[in-house]
Design a protein around this ligand. Sequence first.
Ligand SMILES: Cc1ncc(COP(=O)(O)O)c(C=O)c1O
Length: 451
Amino acid sequence: MKMKKLQEKDLKYIWHPCSQMKDYEEFLPIVIERGMGVFLQDVNKKLYLDAVSSWWVNLFGHSNIRINDALYRQANSLEHTIFANFTHKPAIELCKRIVNITPDRLDKVFFGDNGSSAVEIALKLSFQYHKQIGKDKKYKFVKISDSYHGETIVALSVGDMDLYSKIYEPILLETVKVEGPDCYRCKFNKKRSTCNAECFKYMEEKISEIHEEVTAIIIELIVQCAAGMKIYSPNYLVKLRQICDKYDINLIADEIAVGFGRTGKMFACEHANISPDIMCLSKGLTAGYMPLSLVLMGNKIYDAFYDDYSTMKAFLHSHSYSGNALGCSVAIETLNIFEDEDILNKNKYKSEYLRSRVTSILKDIPQIGEYRQIGMIGAIELVKDKNTKEPFESELRVGYNIYKIALEKGVLLRCLGNILYFMPPYVISEKEIDFMVNVAKESIIEYFKEK
Ligand SMILES: Cc1ncc(COP(=O)(O)O)c(C=O)c1O
């Protein structure tokens, strides 16, 4: 009853993200009252294991005591202050520590308040940098196929997912798209674990043609998450770094979804041992607590903006919540937890356990075309035909229907088209991994039995 009333009120006033609201007529929003570790609890006390870390943000469980305390302490001293001409200890400590743990070449930090704003900042910085060093011709942004960098107009422009961007085509920025890696359906018949990123040839061809006009190449590191957790070879990034160096192109690393340990390394660029020119961080930065993002860049870029005010070279970008003190404190506690609790090492074991559990169910489900995993990201791609790798038609909403079945069984297993994925908070236990994987298996089998 309590649930029903709240649902009615919700639908009277709220427009939910990434949703066709008509779907909510049959599938009402679940009203969550509490979070505890990997579980969310609704107002009827039903539990849901959050297998997707609430859109890839949560690291150490819901309502984590250490982070709750850090937030409370900070709120009692300073919640927020204007960040132009003012600063505070949490921002200073956070930026010092972030610069220390990210790859070299990254010396300075600029604040945004979500992933898309970080992407906007990175693109503006790159463009203005080239303009101010006299390379006026360099204004184009290059992206790869199936990329995703957020939902604002410019972030959509450097993305390549028609589902989100097609309708806005007339108002998007003109960008250059290059065919990127597609390892499950590799045109070169290679395996991602052993290939030499042969598909980089498309990038090489395009860049050698237009490099004089290119200011930046933006890329999601190692995993294209929104496209269906598409994992690609680090060799692609090694080659990308080389070509960017050769032609003075800024490599913008979007680590928004994969940073902070998701792929098994603190930052995914470590797999390729490369340093980007600009790096975007968000999501796990505050372990799922506060909207905050950071853009890191080297002194080379910073210095091109540093001059007398009258030269008008300053970067005059700002957000009201830049440098938010609550967000910074939570991010510091997140880094403390990584250090104190040896998270990356513990995750090695958990990710192997996840792999072994999912691998054991593969033979029971003929529709699983591929299971791919890196670190704490695992994805099941469902296909019509394993041999041809033919996908299910999107109108069937296969993943969405399985997601609904899994919810009934107590697991939040949100899909990406025909791909179901596991991206749980790092505090997940073996027992909880078993539960999550078993529910995924039962839900897939139940869905296809009904067909
Ligand atoms: C790789 C990547 N970049 C950017 C974004 C945008 O972040 P936000 O949703 O905070 O704007 C996302 C969000 O999922 C993402 O996965």
